[in-house]
Write a protein that binds this ligand. Structure first.
Ligand code: MLT
Length: 241
């Protein structure tokens, strides 16, 4: 199995994805929020890559909760923001329309892939276990990044995934970026002595969230493998596998 890595969604070429399994990561916070909502009983999440598409969807799907953010801030008229903490209660059997700055754009970019799995640090072990049983030979780990730039927390999560997969599966062919992510994960975990909230707090996204009074989100999203959830994205909809 070949494992490649994109640092940002802008690096991904949709025309090259037909045979690939894409693993989408936006640890702070879109994929963490999606995983948390599904863990707490949400039945499906429809994603939109722009506010206008989200609004159009909301007109058609009135029974859906409307959630998301722009540059971290909650949007007027939306029922919820993009904090995973907002998706732990009152979400059972609910359906959500979600728009976020980078995460939902990443999903739109990979919609032509053979399969798309949603990953964050919260469910990284479950994703590694699933990939270990996959017969597909080509995997692209798609970090969302932040407005075209590399994100530390996505890179760390990608490294956790590669590291766990190496334990579970033989004959992996890692790209240079996938290898670097693995080394980064092992080193950072050691240096931070498992206190990954401190690492994430030092990242650009961590600082931005802290400045918006959302440090609890960083703590929440820095926990490794606390959920067994395996969300898949098909035809614009995310559901638990
Ligand atoms: C994104 O999609 O860029 C993020 O999830 C941003 C955020 O939640 O603040």
């Amino acid at each position: 199995m070949k494992i490649e890595l994109a640092y940002t969604y802008q690096e991904i070429n949709p025309a090259e994805l037909k045979e690939k399994t894409c693993v989408v990561i936006d640890t702070l916070r879109a994929t963490s929020t999606i995983i948390t909502a599904l863990h707490h009983g949400c039945s499906e999440i429809v994603t939109a890559e722009s506010i206008s598409k989200a609004l159009a969807l909301h007109l058609k799907k009135e029974d859906y909760i409307f959630g998301g953010e722009l540059c971290g801030k909650n949007l007027t008229g939306f029922d919820k923001g993009n904090s995973p903490l907002e998706y732990t209660k009152g979400i059972h059997k609910q359906k959500v329309i979600l728009f976020t700055t980078n995460g939902t754009k990443t999903l739109a970019r990979v919609k032509e892939a053979k399969e798309v799995i949603i990953c964050a640090l919260l469910n990284v072990e479950a994703v590694a276990k699933w990939l270990a049983t996959s017969t597909n030979r080509s995997v692209l780990i798609c970090c969302a990044g932040t407005r075209g730039k590399w994100s530390l927390e996505d890179f760390y999560t990608a490294g956790a995934l590669v590291s766990k997969l190496l334990i579970l599966k033989k004959n992996l062919l890692l790209s240079k970026k996938a290898s670097k992510a693995r080394y980064f994960y092992c080193l950072a975990k050691n240096i931070y002595n498992g206190q990954i909230k401190n690492l994430f707090s030092a990242s650009a996204n961590g600082k931005r969230l802290a400045s918006l009074g959302m440090s609890d989100d960083i703590n929440f999203c820095s926990r490794e493998s606390v959920y067994e959830i395996l969300p898949v994205y098909r035809n614009g909809v995310i559901k638990q596998l």
